[in-house]
Ligand binder design. Structure first.
Ligand SMILES: NC(=O)c1ccc[n+]([C@@H]2O[C@H](COP(=O)([O-])OP(=O)(O)OC[C@H]3O[C@@H](n4cnc5c(N)ncnc54)[C@H](O)[C@@H]3O)[C@@H](O)[C@H]2O)c1
Length: 284
């Protein structure tokens, strides 16, 4: 992206679970790491003088209405769930029911995808989204209060003091998202949910879209559906398991082969799984 020297976006899907801890230890840890990667990437791009051209957005939604609870089992071929069962650390029916009740009344993936682009346009790094008005969920409410609590605990050790005035001004340059038109968007874990919704938004913007996922069947369906959505860009899709470096390299290679001469102007690092009932204590 740096070599391309065009306006580009790196979207990293963390979660509100990476901002304010709410149970589900291993998931929260992975999301805290995703947030840390986004922050570190932003700082490195700033040092490289690329901020203003390449924008990083850390997506931290609260509960969004997707099939995340179910897709993880298929994405891992039931392996993680089997290991959890071996550890006698079974998914509690009650937890699942509680999550599902909240899920049904939560934000839509399309709305979340729209917010990602809005945050890019407004040059905002943390895309922290609370549930839409009128929805009551103890986990998702009062995100601002939870953020304040966390930061008052962390006192001055925030990301902002890293910036000097000059780079801060550079970081505040708004991006014209129309400049992403004709570029290529690659999104991982985009067969369904928010990843797919981001692909749809990218296509609407006039981008070419590469969907990718570890699940073949929903991926094929997503490619067919997205091709019929608004936008003139081309849609391709490739199987990619983000836990394998080799698979990620193959995704990049397939993309550059499918779109020769086109710039990759949106990367969405979005794939993820959740297993309610998994704990740090059990190691799963
Ligand atoms: N739904 C929510 O409430 C919520 C809230 C905050 C963050 N998130 C995060 O949003 C992201 C997208 O999830 P979603 O809610 O849209 O659910 P989703 O299940 O529709 O999307 C996740 C996708 O990732 C894929 N995937 C899983 N493991 C993979 C791997 N190793 N390689 C490639 N793809 C893989 C799945 O097959 C699935 O298609 C995830 O990272 C999730 O943790 C979700």
């Amino acid at each position: 992206m740096i070599a391309q020297d065009t306006e580009s976006v790196v979207e990293i899907t963390a979660s509100a679970a990476g901002v304010a801890f709410g149970g589900n230890g291993p998931y929260n840890l992975s999301k805290l790491s995703a947030l840390g990667i986004a922050e570190a990437l932003h700082t490195e791009l700033m040092t490289a003088g690329a901020i203003g051209k390449i924008q990083v957005v850390a997506l931290c939604p609260t509960i969004t209405n997707t099939n995340l609870l179910q897709s993880g089992e298929a994405a891992t071929n039931g392996q993680v769930k089997a290991e959890m069962a071996r550890n006698n650390d079974k998914v509690s029916d009650l937890t699942v029911k509680m999550f599902q009740a909240r899920w049904a009344k939560s934000m839509t993936p399309d709305w979340v995808a729209q917010q990602v682009l809005k945050h890019v346009e407004e040059e905002k790094f943390y895309c922290i989204l609370s549930n839409i008005e009128g929805v009551n969920s103890t986990y998702s409410d009062n995100m601002d209060a939870r953020i304040a609590q966390r930061y008052s605990a962390m006192k001055s050790r925030q990301i902002a003091p890293y910036l000097n005035t000059e780079t801060q001004q550079l970081a505040a340059m708004p991006m014209d998202i129309k400049k992403l038109k004709d570029g290529v968007a690659i999104i991982t874990g985009s067969a369904t949910g928010m990843g797919y919704a981001m692909g749809k938004k990218a296509k609407e913007l006039g981008m070419n879209v590469v969907l990718s996922d570890v699940r073949q069947e929903p991926l094929s369906k997503a490619i067919r559906t997205l091709r019929m959505e608004k936008g003139n860009g081309r849609v391709e899709g490739f199987i990619c398991d983000v836990t394998s470096e080799e698979s990620l390299h193959a995704l990049l290679k397939s993309t550059t082969t499918a779109f020769p001469g086109k710039s990759i102007q949106f990367i969405g690092a979005n794939a993820g799984v959740i297993f309610t009932g998994s704990t740090i204590l059990s190691g799963k």
